[in-house]
Write a protein that binds this ligand. Structure first.
Ligand SMILES: Cc1ncc(C[n+]2csc(CCOP(=O)(O)OP(=O)(O)O)c2C)c(N)n1
Length: 321
């Protein structure tokens, strides 16, 4: 596929922004500024970057617990995300939801349930809304390889397929569900893509460490969905580079395998591609990195100025006005 320099630069900026968000999460958590715990998505940014590049106005998105930085590609303001992460009232849920409940309804980001798998039926509901409104929008739902085994995911796929709803199921296969390798929980090698046939849906497997490979596969499926053909499944393969949570000792896996995946780092590979193809120079890449880092720091500073919620805030937003 031929790309413009503008498109490739946008992809890189998005990819690197999600990376820095993920790094900042780890940093803020280590400083004790995050109530609860986080799930770092470092190394997994290629998937959401490639998929979200196919998104347009009016689409719905359900991100997952990893990488949460995907929310910024859906248009959630950075300072809102950092405020929610740090439990401040400036967050989308007044800081009461925390990192697992990033939402931005006005941007089509329809929340995230801590009960894994239960997002898929909600995404199908969003797909039904689109169908009833008669637009060519898409409802995207991200989930992990472990989550792919849950009943609600299969019920959602079945309903979406029967009713030909515009849903793109995106399975991020990072090889593990906490300590359980995919091979222990799935009878097929591609727990996302191989399940699609059972519901008559098309599927693609993409290299989740390459946002362009993801984009090409996603675009093909999204074109199919926007044309009114019904749902599809995209599986992105990658490695979870850090523990399931910060402080996870990872006794259950051979960390030398993780070391090998470092050669496949999505950010480093994209930078090499841009330089080799004379899209950007090393200096231009450094300038983008600087801009992104400055934006993140400014958003964190703003979020930190936001106060913590009060007990009275518990009673706000209970009912729609
Ligand atoms: C229904 C349900 N069961 C268990 C959990 C606890 N849990 C949180 S993350 C996680 C692992 C999920 O694995 P996967 O879907 O592969 O995503 P990953 O964490 O690897 O990104 C589990 C079991 C949960 N949140 N919800």
């Amino acid at each position: 596929m031929q790309y413009t320099a503008e498109f490739l630069t946008k992809i890189y900026r998005d990819l690197y922004s999600v990376r820095v968000f993920e790094e900042k999460q780890v940093e803020l958590y280590a400083l004790g500024k995050v109530p609860g715990h986080i799930h770092s998505g470092i190394g997994e940014e290629g998937s959401c970057t490639g998929v979200m590049a196919t998104r347009k106005e009016g689409d719905f998105v359900k991100i997952s617990h990893r990488p949460v930085g995907a929310g910024l590609l859906a248009g959630t303001p950075l300072e809102t995300m950092f405020a929610e992460l740090m439990g401040r009232v400036g967050g989308n849920a007044l800081g009461l939801g925390g990192v697992l409940h990033m939402t931005s309804l006005e941007k089509g980001m329809v929340g995230f349930s801590g009960t894994l798998g239960c997002d898929a039926p909600v995404a199908v509901g969003a797909g039904l809304t689109i169908q009833m409104n008669g637009t060519d929008n898409v409802s995207y739902v991200f989930y992990g390889d472990g989550t792919s085994n849950r009943g609600p995911v299969h019920e959602a796929m079945n309903l979406a397929a029967i009713w030909k709803l515009p849903v793109l199921f995106v399975c991020n296969n990072n090889q593990y569900a906490i300590s359980t390798p995919t091979s222990f929980s799935s009878p097929v090698p591609n727990p996302g893509a191989d399940r699609a046939a059972g519901y008559g849906m098309p599927s693609r497997v993409a290299d989740g460490t390459d946002p362009l490979s993801v984009y090409e596969a996603a675009q093909e499926l999204v074109d199919y969905i926007r044309a009114g053909n019904g749902p599809a499944v995209l599986e992105c393969k990658m490695c979870r580079m850090r523990g399931h949570f910060e402080g996870d000792q990872q006794k259950y896996r051979d960390l030398s395998v993780v070391e090998q995946w470092k050669d496949q780092d999505c950010v480093a590979k994209m930078e090499k591609y841009l330089i080799d193809n004379e899209v950007l120079t090393a200096e231009e890449i450094a300038a983008i990195r600087g801009e992104v880092a400055a934006k993140m720091d400014a958003a964190i500073a703003l979020a930190e100025q936001s106060p913590e919620p009060t007990p009275e805030d518990l009673y706000r937003n209970l009912y729609a006005e």
